[in-house]
Design a protein around this ligand. Structure first.
Ligand SMILES: C[S@@+](CC[C@H](N)C(=O)[O-])C[C@H]1O[C@@H](n2cnc3c(N)ncnc32)[C@H](O)[C@@H]1O
Length: 222
C-alpha cells in the first residue's frame, strides 16, 4: 500500500502530522538527541536507525548539519554497531545558530560549503573508499531545484542495497504547508527524479508509522 492511498488512517495521521509539525516541540529545535537539537520527527529517526542497522553503511553522507543532532544520532547508532563514519555538510557555520556545529565526535566530519558545489561533490567523492557502503541523507535547502541537484549529484554515490533518504518531502502539502518554505519542494524533486532514474525505488514499508517527514523519500538503490 502506498503512502498516498486514501485510507481512513491516513486522514487521522495527517491531521496529527500537521498538528505536530506546527507545535513548538518540533518548530524550535526543542527535540534533542543526547542534549543536541535536531529538526527531525522521532518516528523517522527510529526508521532511519532500522535502515542503518539493516544495511550497515560504512559511510553516511548528510547534507544539512544544523545543530548536529541528526549526525550525532547516526553516530550513536554506528557506535553501537562498531563501524562507520559520517560526513555532514552545511553551508553555514555555527555563528548563525545553525550550520557546522562545535560538536566533536570521532565518527563525524563536518564540512562547510554548498552541498551541490562541484568542488564539494569532488571532495566527497575523493573521501569514498572503493570498499565503502555509502548511504545518503538529504536535509539542506528544501527548494525543489536544490533537492533535484542533490539527488542527481548524490544518487550515484549510493551503494546498491543502501538508501538515499530525502527529508521534508512532507512540505508542499504532503500534508504540511510551511509558508517559510514555499513552492513544490523536495517531494516534487523526488517524483521528477524517479520518473527518469530507475536505479532507485521508494521503500513504502518505511512509511509504517503513518507520520513521516520523508513521504516517498525513503529511496532504496536497487
Ligand atoms: C533542516 S536544517 C538540517 C537539520 C539537521 N539535519 C537536523 O536534523 O538537525 C537545514 C540545514 O541546511 C543548511 N543548508 C541550507 N542550504 C544549504 C546548502 N546549499 N548546502 C549545504 N547546507 C545547506 C542550513 O544551513 C541548515 O543548517
Amino acid at each position: 500500500m502506498s503512502y498516498d492511498d486514501n485510507f481512513p488512517e491516513r486522514l487521522i495521521a495527517d491531521a496529527f502530522h500537521v498538528l505536530y509539525y506546527h507545535s513548538s516541540v518540533w518548530n524550535f529545535g526543542n527535540t534533542k538527541w543526547l542534549g543536541i537539537g535536531l529538526f527531525m520527527n522521532p518516528f523517522d529517526m527510529w526508521v532511519k536507525q532500522e535502515i542503518i542497522f539493516e544495511t550497515k553503511p560504512t559511510l553516511i553522507l548528510e547534507t544539512g548539519s544544523a545543530m548536529g543532532g541528526s549526525a550525532l544520532f547516526y553516530a550513536t547508532v554506528l557506535d553501537q554497531m562498531g563501524q562507520g563514519k559520517i560526513i555532514s555538510v552545511d553551508i553555514q557555520d555555527e555563528k548563525s545558530g545553525m550550520g557546522i556545529p562545535k560538536l566533536k565526535h570521532k565518527r563525524i566530519t563536518f564540512l562547510k560549503g554548498n552541498s551541490v558545489d562541484l568542488a564539494m561533490i569532488k571532495k566527497l567523492k575523493s573521501m569514498i573508499k572503493a570498499s565503502d557502503r555509502v548511504m545518503v541523507f538529504l536535509d539542506s535547502d528544501h527548494s525543489m531545484e536544490h533537492v533535484a541537484r542533490e539527488l542527481k549529484a548524490y544518487g550515484p554515490m549510493v551503494t546498491p542495497g543502501c538508501y538515499m533518504v530525502v527529508d521534508d518531502t512532507n512540505l508542499g502539502g504532503h500534508p504540511v504547508v510551511n509558508p517559510t518554505v514555499p513552492g513544490p519542494g523536495p517531494f516534487a524533486a523526488v517524483m521528477e527524479y524517479l520518473a527518469k532514474e530507475k536505479s532507485f525505488e521508494i521503500d513504502q514499508s518505511r512509511h509504517k508509522f503513518y507520520m513521516t517527514w520523508c513521504v516517498n523519500g525513503f529511496l532504496r538503490k536497487k
